[in-house]
Design a protein around this ligand. Structure first.
Ligand SMILES: NC(=O)c1ccc[n+]([C@@H]2O[C@H](COP(=O)([O-])OP(=O)(O)OC[C@H]3O[C@@H](n4cnc5c(N)ncnc54)[C@H](OP(=O)(O)O)[C@@H]3O)[C@@H](O)[C@H]2O)c1
Length: 272
């Protein structure tokens, strides 16, 4: 799988990761839980690393922590989670809980979820980064109505990562946020590359266009991920999945080259 450098350190990050919203919120000892062990195995086997979670995602952090510990794969993962509450003490308590749930002493990336009380949490996180408890810090959002606020924080604060929605059916981040992230030396994690799943469900009803094979894509999922990764400011993307066969499908989009902007402009008209 291709990697891209995290601008603040030049550490290489594999371009396809795994989101845990919904898919990882499962009961222990359920069939879904056992399947997630295969999802994480597939992530590691295909060269992926980044797992993105949040205390907002129910049991997802705890499930991720249990599975990584059971498979002894903590050191193979780049663990990203979030803080999603208000107030310094509440933020600290929630992040301490994330360390416990993820069963780790160091979180690779801690993000302020949807900018909730970002000033407070970034102040805490800068101290934790100095102590080595978190390696990188960032902010996240998922909707264009928040982009003006996201832009203001990107301009005001030194950040390692921006996580933002970007997909074939939601390209607004191209206008200001992606160029600004590149200018500020901030890595970008593209979330919701399948529009939360609805875009992919719609496209899967249609045959793949002839040009998909030209760019090495055997599925609509791969076309959508190649699109996201074609933007030079995007460092990686985190399709959410609870199925190992989908993880393998997605990971294949991280191999080979990525078409340029002109390719997508020329072929946009033939998209259903
Ligand atoms: N504000 C924020 O910070 C924020 C907001 C939104 C998302 N996120 C993060 O970004 C991640 C991705 O976003 P998302 O999960 O909302 O949406 P998404 O990645 O756009 O789509 C996920 C959906 O696509 C399906 N899928 C995945 N791979 C597939 C494949 N190869 N073939 C067919 N279906 C496939 C999944 O179902 P299966 O389980 O059946 O594969 C799931 O229903 C989240 O999981 C979360 O970690 C963060």
């Amino acid at each position: 799988m291709n990697t891209r450098p995290i601008p603040s350190t030049q550490e290489a990050l594999p371009v396809i990761g795994c989101g845990t919203w919904m898919g990882f919120d499962v009961a222990a000892a359920s069939a879904g839980h056992r399947r997630l062990a295969d999802v994480l195995d597939a992530l590691v086997a295909t060269g992926g690393k980044l797992i993105d979670s949040s205390p907002m995602y129910g049991r997802a952090e705890a499930v991720t922590g249990q599975l990584l510990e059971a498979a002894r794969q903590r050191d193979k993962a780049f663990l990203a989670t979030k803080v999603w509450t208000s107030g310094r003490e509440a933020g600290i308590a929630q992040m301490e809980q994330s360390f416990q749930r993820l069963r780790t002493e160091r979180i690779d990336l801690m993000q302020v979820h949807n900018l909730v009380d970002w000033r407070t949490h970034l102040a805490t996180l800068r101290g934790w980064k100095d102590q080595g408890r978190v390696r990188y810090l960032g902010i996240t959002h998922y909707t264009a109505s928040a982009y003006a606020d996201v832009e203001a924080v990107l301009r005001a604060e030194p950040l390692d990562f921006l996580q933002i929605n970007y997909s074939l059916d939601a390209q607004e981040a191209e206008q200001r946020l992606l160029p600004l992230a590149a200018e500020r030396g901030v890595a970008v994690i593209a979330n919701m590359p399948f529009g939360g799943g609805s875009l992919l469900r719609r496209l899967r009803e249609q045959p793949l266009p002839g040009w998909a094979a030209e760019i090495g894509c055997a599925s609509w999922a791969q076309v959508l991920l190649k699109f996201v990764l074609s933007h030079p400011a995007v460092t990686c993307t985190i399709p959410g999945t609870s199925r190992p066969e989908h993880l393998v499908d997605n990971a294949a989009a991280g191999v080979g080259s990525f078409p340029d902007e002109g390719f997508w402009r020329r072929n946009a008209a033939s998209l259903p």
